[in-house]
Design a protein around this ligand. Sequence first.
Ligand SMILES: NC(=O)c1ccc[n+]([C@@H]2O[C@H](COP(=O)([O-])OP(=O)(O)OC[C@H]3O[C@@H](n4cnc5c(N)ncnc54)[C@H](O)[C@@H]3O)[C@@H](O)[C@H]2O)c1
Ligand SMILES: O=C(O)[C@H](O)COP(=O)(O)O
Length: 525
Amino acid sequence: MTIKVLIGDSLAPGAIDIFKARGIEVDVKVGLSQDELADIIGDYDGLAVRSACKPNAAVFAKADKLKVVGRAGIGVDNIDIPAATAKGVAVMNTPFGNAVTTAEHAIAMLFAAARQIPAASARTQNGEWPKKDYVGTELFAKTLGLIGAGNIGSLVAERALGIKMKVVAFDPYLTEERAVELGVEKVELDELLARADAITLHTPLTDQTRNILSRENLGKTKKGVIIVNCARGGLVDEEALKDLLDNGHITAAALDVFETEPAKEHALFGTRGFIATPHLGASTVEAQDNVAFQVAEQMADYLLTGAVSNALNMPSITAEEAPRLKPFAELAEKLGEFAGQISTEGFDAVEIDYEGEVCELNRKPLTSAALAGIMRASMKDVNMVSAPTVLKERGIDLKESTQEDSDTYDSLIRIKVRVGGKWRTIAGTIVNGQSRIVAVKDMALEAKFRPFILFINNNDEAGFIGSLGSILGEAGVNIATFNLGREEQGGDAIAMVGIDQDVPAEAMAKIEALTQVRYAKVLRF
Ligand SMILES: NC(=O)c1ccc[n+]([C@@H]2O[C@H](COP(=O)([O-])OP(=O)(O)OC[C@H]3O[C@@H](n4cnc5c(N)ncnc54)[C@H](O)[C@@H]3O)[C@@H](O)[C@H]2O)c1
Ligand SMILES: O=C(O)[C@H](O)COP(=O)(O)O
């Protein structure tokens, strides 16, 4: 089956070569509106974007084949991740590929602001020679206030220390040890505002960081401060920034990012001391090659092998793990489908036990696969990306346990689903690379998964198998496999009948009416 990816943003052309080399068809359509994207997204298994292409809930609603959105870059605020997750679409980014380039842009903006290079350059080239108008500020021995000391913030700190600035950092998630390692002083925001000669921002835009440089906070800065934002629009109050540049409290400000982009008109444009670049932070040949190649490899890995790197809405699976996990993920999903199909009245708790060698594997994806299987009976489109979120939203308890020894099998996965206070249990293993059911309701048996399994819970009484065989025979249903399990002679028993066709309703009614039968259902896999 052909796998197709849409590149919906300006990615370095090497990405196309990578997809093609791995047998993936590629279309490139840059500049689509959300409506236009929604119209065509149904054809694609993957979508690669930067920050201009903005897949929203309406796009995901139509993304019936889509499995992955890859962000060639860091910020994913242009992607509706909850909508992607609900649709079962993995969202991945490339967290490091453009970090050095962006840190360099922040430092370049800092120098440009301190010496007003863009304005001086423009006027010089205009024939003015305005030497007296541009007395700048030395950065040596000044204090840089970093807001956000993650990947880019840390790189900016290293570079600022290199030019002999002192660096203070506000980042609630920065540990004292990491601060020492970076050579920065960890401070609270108010202290940073009071001490910094220049402030650079390096956080994502979140509810906590939105407007972090508000009018009030900008008012707490030192007179003459320089502000640089190469992170996200919305972190700085742009109106207040203009007022404080106009009244001279802020000497200079450099923005690469704006609250509304593209920013083709803005009150700040033309303001004394103001520098703007059009979201160029990541725009170097090196960074664009890094992120485009990386996102193409990551997307291709996921689409072709199931390996997951840098996903924001599902656990990682390395390329080495993927082939080892695959049979267990299939087993977990099938066991989940079994449990889900016999629990359609609604369940309020799930337990998953891992026993034996499977305990050594990365179990997160296995649990996600099991949950997807369980919920598929009641939700058509759920998959291992969306299942954990759906489970949480429904308030269903999940417990996992591991036991490194397994009595009978090298590995065993047991799934328990609680319905009306009672647990329904199914366990399975892998035999010769194939999924096998090895216990139902703790009754041992060994059965393969087949497209149709007639599952019966019955009393272990004579005559049942004969009656069942006759009914199926009369209905023209061929039996492919037949596996039995029971608690004890004459007690609770199960029958798993692998059949080649579905059972007609009339025959099903006859089976349900047999005196030995407590429960019967055709399960589909
Ligand atoms: N201008 C560009 O072209 C460009 C390029 C790359 C990245 N970016 C943006 O730069 C930002 C930083 O990227 P990164 O790779 O360093 O991310 P990162 O996740 O490595 O670092 C972000 C840091 O922000 C900190 N943080 C979170 N909430 C905070 C808060 N309330 N106050 C202070 N700190 C907080 C985190 O603890 C983390 O250390 C992102 O928004 C990214 O999208 C912009
Ligand atoms: O978050 C990022 O990676 C940057 O904002 C870069 O965005 P771009 O890929 O649109 O240049």
